[in-house]
Design a protein around this ligand. Structure first.
Ligand code: GTP
Ligand code: ZN
Length: 357
């Protein structure tokens, strides 16, 4: 598409135009199209190709977390890089490299022939970041060279992109809740993204230092009553508690600690194989927590709130509000009773993620 057909992007300058290209890159990758990251390679999601197939002449790009799971330590990338490139070998099935579901059933022989990325590492890291934003498994086919009529995305733009930097309030309305009839909803949209839309519930009359809960979406827990986590009871208890004194509940659409619903369900399949919630994320190639928790501070900034009491057991959330310019005057513990299905999950959060339970 020519620039003349995108007047609003051009009017607001090159910066916005390249942000839009990043958003298009996310969409293209999700739809199974090839994307080029500037100064890097052609990238295509492994999931876009049928099992057994491959992109001709392409290598594979995976994250350091997935590489560690596959015990790939024979290259510099193991020390702090954001991407690992594997030369394709005849025995290597790309889908099995990308998806850990069969790791235990069919262990790899190896060794994996890794390729030094050199200066292309930035573009490779950016390409994997795009895959994560598209809620795909972070595993890509990569091939040198250009492809005609393909979107070219700027690596720096991908790497510096923050959800919190582009929030707009799009609606504000009354939303009486069963447990808190005096509630208003404020809906936010993340600019340049088709979704997701984040919500703030303003419950009762918040004081100068309101009680705030930052909740991350959990379809299985919030909506279906899953016993695997504590999200549903935490959500309901937070609403009831905030209703008693006035405050806010921020509902972030960052399902599965930011890896998306389908990847969270892949993580659950790994948990059925015996891995805990942290190792399941790492085996899939994600960090243990992929959320952009500074969104919470950005939302409160739009609502004019600078000091809060925060309902959480998670020290990362306290740090994220402080980093985003909202002072956490007090952390208020939010522990709900365990059940036989989530006891191990809660213990992992305490022992491996520093939750104060
Ligand atoms: N990837 C992954 N995500 C999970 C799993 N279990 C729950 N989640 C997600 O974890 C998130 C829980 O977020 P929060 O309720 O904000 O809680 P928290 O980070 O544990 O911190 P608290 O404020 O102490 O409750 C939700 O996005 C859930 O979808 C899991 O096993 N794997
Ligand atoms: Zn949950």
């Amino acid at each position: 598409m020519g620039e003349a057909q995108r007047p609003c992007a051009v009017d607001r300058g090159f910066r916005l135009l390249s942000e839009l290209e990043v958003a298009r890159g996310v969409d293209d990758l999700r739809r199974g199209e090839i994307v080029v990251v500037r100064d890097g390679d052609v990238a295509l999601s492994v999931q876009a190709v049928e099992r057994g197939g491959a992109l001709a002449g392409a290598d594979l790009l995976i994250t350091p977390e997935r590489a560690a799971t596959l015990k790939i330590v024979n290259q510099r990338a193991a020390a702090g890089a954001g991407a690992v490139r594997l030369a394709r070998a005849a025995w290597m099935e790309p889908h099995a490299v990308a998806d850990p579901v069969d790791d235990l059933a069919t262990p790899f022989k190896g060794p994996f022939p890794s390729v030094d990325l050199g200066p292309a590492e930035r573009a490779a890291t950016a390409a994997l970041r795009l895959a994560k934003r598209a809620a795909l498994l972070p595993a890509l086919f990569v091939r040198d060279g250009a492809v005609a009529d393909t979107l070219v995305v700027d690596a720096a733009e991908v790497l510096q992109w923050r959800r919190a930097a582009a929030l707009d309030v799009v609606a504000r309305a009354r939303l009486p809740l069963a447990a808190a009839p005096d509630t208003q909803v404020v809906a936010f949209r993340s600019r340049h993204e088709g979704g997701p839309d984040h919500l703030a519930l303003i419950i009762g009359s918040p004081g100068d230092v309101p009680l705030v809960r930052l909740h991350s979406a959990c379809l299985t827990g919030d909506l279906l009553g899953s016993l695997k986590c504590d999200c549903g009871p935490q959500l309901q208890a937070a609403i009831a508690r905030i209703a008693a004194e006035g405050g806010m509940l921020l509902y972030l659409q960052q399902e599965g600690r930011g890896i998306g619903l389908l990847n969270k369900l892949r993580a659950y399949a790994l948990q059925d194989q015996g891995f805990d919630t942290v190792d399941a994320n790492l085996r899939l190639g994600f960090a243990e927590d992929e959320r952009d928790l500074e969104l919470g501070a950005a939302m409160l900034g739009k609502l004019g709130v600078a000091r809060i009491r925060l309902l959480t057991n998670n020290p990362l959330k306290v740090g994220a509000f402080e980093a985003g310019g909202v002072h956490v005057v007090e952390r208020v513990s939010h522990v709900l009773p365990a059940n036989p299905h989530n006891a191990a999950y809660l213990a992992t959060k305490r022992d491996r993620q520093g939750h104060q339970l």
